[in-house]
Design a protein around this ligand. Structure first.
Ligand SMILES: *[C@@H]1O[C@H](CO)[C@@H](O)[C@H](O)[C@H]1NC(C)=O
Ligand SMILES: *[C@@H]1O[C@H](CO)[C@@H](O)[C@H](O)[C@H]1NC(C)=O
Ligand SMILES: *[C@@H]1O[C@H](CO)[C@@H](O)[C@H](O)[C@H]1NC(C)=O
Ligand SMILES: *[C@@H]1O[C@H](CO)[C@@H](O)[C@H](O)[C@H]1NC(C)=O
Length: 480
């Protein structure tokens, strides 16, 4: 029994209304941002999965429609898991045309929005140097680094096996804006890609997997993908690094770095065979590592490298006018889950690092981060031990760090040395940037240590003279 004509028209209407309601329901949880009108005209996301650390390059062409108002910032979005492993995020804006194009760095800050954002997405705000006016289009380059985001699977491997890892992301760009056109590229270190999620159109050619082009995506669309591939790069994780920088106005800066290093990849299974390791190095222990490279400042001296047993001589220092490179080996190769602890120390010339500022203070210009290349530092502590008598220290670091003051003591110290302590979690190579510690210092304190030494020597002589005097008088009494 077919429905009568009016009934079918009614049905059609109902479906149309339901559809309309559904569309509004899908778009309504859009961000409470004032830039609601902004569109991402095109987005390209390039994910570098070749190392132990994930690096993402995002190019966003954003457009502010005529009906909208000036936009002072652009929002970028991370999933809760990404936000937790986000080590650094940087943004630049291309200004000027063609050959005169320059990339202006822009500040990026997390946005604290209440629960309104779908799926717990975390928003970061990129502040534009000049507001984006209606009808204008601009291009942003965003770069971010994710640590501990490659999950070894299988989680345990034998000495002869390759390391395979999982990487999770979204095929489409997670964004608070409508994205008109978007493509994602993943680059793996080798052609060995075991599997990857398909979200058509998806294509793979050698070590590259391409997702997209996708057209006209609604805000906050997320399409999970999983890539399973081979990654034998050393997963060197510094669980803890304490760097102590002692400044002496007598001409030296002494640096002592204590490392707690771990191989953060797939755990080693079974017994370690050194014979197999040495005879078949190309295939045995492919994911293990034994060489470490530290990039130190130029003109370092008295470099040493030791562990809990003693000095290790198997290190090699190369120096030029820009840097010194210390190549060294732990006592045994590191396999997944293995640890080693060691200390590196070196001296640097004071005049390369200590300067006078215009306001009469002194400042040390040092490098943040960790000198070991391609490592993640879970917990970094930098202690800057200022000379005795230093006052009002102030650290200037270009990103957020936890800071406090301590007092440390060494030989001949009377009141102790003011020590600035900086702490940061989740540190990567991009954090190796200059930072400064300013402080006030009265040169009279330079005399404190020599004066103490001189008085000690004087005291010694006085004691000697007194003793000799006593001795002589005894001698006299004997001869007389
Ligand atoms: C409503 O949207 C959901 C997904 O958001 C979709 O699965 C469903 O087919 C839509 N219904 C209609 C009538 O469009
Ligand atoms: C280790 O090397 C340092 C610096 O070269 C030296 O001062 C120290 O005496 C050495 N220690 C041992 C145990 O050899
Ligand atoms: C600190 O040193 C770096 C080079 O190592 C230099 O580019 C920078 O300008 C210096 N900063 C200050 C404040 O002197
Ligand atoms: C290092 O940081 C991790 C997590 O950030 C924490 O669980 C661990 O206890 C820290 N280790 C030390 C020695 O502080």
């Amino acid at each position: 029994m077919a429905p009568s004509l009016p009934t079918s028209i009614l049905l059609l209407f109902a479906v149309a209304i339901a559809f309309a309601l559904n569309v509004t329901a899908a778009t309504s949880p859009s961000p409470p941002a004032p830039e609601d009108g902004i569109r991402v005209v095109s987005a390209e996301k390039r994910i570098d999965l070749t190392g132990p650390i994930v690096k993402v390059f995002l190019t966003l062409k954003v457009h502010n429609p005529a009906t909208s108002s000036d936009a002072s910032h652009i929002l970028i979005t991370f999933t809760p898991a990404e936000a937790q492993h986000l080590a650094i995020v940087k943004a630049t804006r291309a200004e000027g045309k063609r050959k005169k194009k320059v990339y202006v760095p822009l500040p990026v800050q997390p946005v604290d929005l209440a629960a309104d954002v779908p799926n717990g997405a975390r928003l970061y705000s990129v502040s534009l140097s000049a507001p984006l006016r209606p009808t204008e289009t601009t291009t942003l380059e965003v770069f971010y680094v994710l640590t501990h985001s490659l999950e070894p699977f299988p989680a345990e491997i034998a000495q002869s096996e390759s390391q395979l890892v999982y990487y999770r992301d979204s095929a489409v760009l997670l964004s608070p804006y409508r994205v008109l056109e978007q493509v994602t590229y993943l680059k793996t270190p080798s052609n060995r890609v075991e599997s990857f999620t398909r979200v058509d159109p998806t294509a793979r050619s050698g070590p590259e997997v391409k997702y997209g082009t996708y057209k006209d995506q609604l805000p906050y669309v997320y399409m999970p993908i999983l890539v399973h591939y081979e990654n034998n790069h050393p997963f060197a994780v510094v669980e803890e690094l304490v760097r102590k920088v002692e400044i002496s106005h007598w001409g030296n800066v002494q640096v002592t770095e204590q490392y707690k290093l771990k191989h953060g990849g797939a755990r080693h299974k079974g017994v370690f065979s050194r014979l197999e390791y040495q005879s078949r190095q190309s295939i045995s222990g492919a994911s293990s590592f034994k060489n470490l490279l530290a990039r130190l400042p130029p003109r370092v001296h008295s470099v040493y490298y030791r562990d809990e047993i003693g000095n290790i001589s198997s290190s090699n220092l190369r120096s030029d006018s820009h840097k010194s490179e210390l190549e060294f080996e732990p006592r045994y190769p590191l396999f997944g889950g293995w640890h080693c602890t060691f200390t590196i120390g070196y001296g640097m010339a004071l005049q390369d690092f200590l300067f006078g500022s215009e306001d009469g203070r002194r400042f040390a210009n040092l490098t943040f981060g960790c000198p070991l290349l391609n490592t993640v530092v879970d917990n970094l502590t930098i202690k800057i031990v200022l000379p005795e008598g230093s006052k009002s220290p102030q650290a200037v670091v270009p990103f957020l760090t936890e800071q406090h003051l301590e007092t440390s003591y060494s030989y001949l110290d009377v009141v102790g040395r003011t020590t600035v302590v900086l702490k940061k979690k989740n540190v990567v190579g991009e954090h190796n940037v200059p930072f400064q510690v300013y402080y006030e210092f009265n040169p009279i304190f330079m005399l404190a240590e020599p004066l103490m030494l001189i008085s000690a020597v004087l005291l010694f002589f006085v004691a000697c003279i007194a003793y000799l005097h006593v001795d002589l008088s005894i001698g006299k009494s004997q001869t007389s």
